[in-house]
Design a protein around this ligand. Structure first.
Ligand code: DHB
Length: 368
């Protein structure tokens, strides 16, 4: 193909380092999307360029700059953690290149550049329904335990605000280091405080270490209910957590156990592309590609950055998670949030959905 017939998508992800599971999930899902839908859109050939930033913000920014200047990419995508998206936002603005955030969750990310659109989630989106559920289900006191960086702070704020507005009591707010934290002392503290429940947010991949310490510190035996955003019962690692995970209540955007024809197609394509069980990061990658394909169709293959971001606003489609759309005002995702309980399904642990809130906008931008 001639150069102008190719649309280059630079997919920057942590393929190595402590958050490599996110890179693997998102890249596999993006490839699966292209396997199912082909690589031609509006007469253009899509070229996916996958780059590893190791989860280091300076690297993400350097790679984005390099892709824009030397590779002439039309779209930047990926961003496995909030600091990686924050670091790259100025590049998107300067180069006027759309930046599709597939896997980070801090509310303010979409405000860092008018060229950003998001297909992942915000932490407040899943946290607010959970706080409401807790208050309505006899949970009167909660200790919050969150990873000490932007999405953790968002979830702590959202949970506290919503829970207290229903008369609940936040006993203590605990923040733990982001990567490889030792949860033991923090969970011992939770046990001593004897709340009805502990609310947790840890990023994708860290849930196993948390669950192990939750059991080892005897919190389940002490009758402390574990609740959290679905990041802690991440489908990528859930099945290896053992019995301690059973009964954990979470709210989230996606479960591999979600029942729909499209989710079956997604899971099959994900496996064919070399993955095992897709998680909520994978679905952000799949939908990020869906957003890029649909925007290109809308512009008739025009790759002008302003035209593409304009085309993304207001798009609505069915995702393997359920119906989603891009809020034309904020460029953030609007999606259903599911209530789930970890259960054994035919010998494997899954997040089984038992209810939902429909078409949830980011509560922070809506003024929570
Ligand atoms: C972010 C990263 C995660 O792995 C996650 O599960 C949620 C949020 C983030 O950095 O934004």
């Amino acid at each position: 193909a001639f150069a102008q017939d190719t649309v280059k998508v630079g997919l920057i992800l942590p393929m190595t380092g402590p958050f490599a599971s996110t890179g693997r999930q998102v890249s596999t899902a993006a490839e699966a999307y292209m396997d199912v839908h082909g690589s031609e859109v509006a007469g253009k050939e899509i070229e996916l360029i996958i780059e590893d930033d190791g989860g280091v913000p300076d690297q993400t920014k350097r790679i984005a700059q390099e892709l824009v200047v030397n590779e002439d990419v039309d779209i930047l995508a990926g961003f496995g953690l909030t600091p990686l998206a924050f670091a790259t936002a100025p590049i998107a603005s300067q180069a006027k290149v759309p930046m599709v955030v597939m896997s980070a969750g801090t509310s303010s990310i979409t405000e860092k550049s008018p060229y950003i659109a998001r297909t992942s989630f915000t932490l407040a989106q899943s946290t607010v329904p959970l706080a409401k559920w807790a208050a309505e289900n006899d949970i009167k006191s909660v200790v919050t335990v969150v990873a000490d960086y932007a999405p953790g702070i968002d979830s702590e704020n959202s949970f506290s605000k919503e829970f207290e507005s229903h008369g609940g009591e936040i006993v203590e707010k605990i923040r733990v280091p982001v990567a490889n934290p030792d949860f033991a002392p923090f969970l011992q503290r939770v046990r001593d405080l004897e709340p009805d429940a502990v609310f947790v947010f840890v990023p994708s991949g860290v849930g196993s270490a948390f669950m192990k310490q939750f059991r080892d510190r005897g919190l389940d035996e002490a009758g402390i209910q574990l609740i959290g955003t679905g990041d802690v019962t991440d489908d990528d690692i859930l099945n290896d957590m053992g019995d301690v995970a059973k009964g954990v209540i979470t709210t989230h955007i996606y479960s591999a156990a979600h029942e729909s024809e499209l989710n079956d197609t997604f899971k099959e394509a994900f496996r064919a592309a070399g993955g095992e069980r897709p998680n909520f990061m994978a679905v952000g990658g799949w939908d990020g590609m869906a957003l890029i394909y649909q925007a290109l169709e809308k512009t008739g293959g025009d790759t002008d950055g302003d035209a593409l971001i304009e085309a993304m606003k207001g798009l609505a489609w069915e995702s393997p998670r359920g119906p989603i759309s891009i809020d034309p005002e904020t460029r953030d995702i609007i999606q259903d949030i599911y209530y789930r309980e970890v259960k054994d399904v035919d010998g494997e642990l899954y997040n089984v959905e038992f209810g939902k809130e429909e078409a949830v906008k980011d509560p922070v931008k809506a003024g929570q």
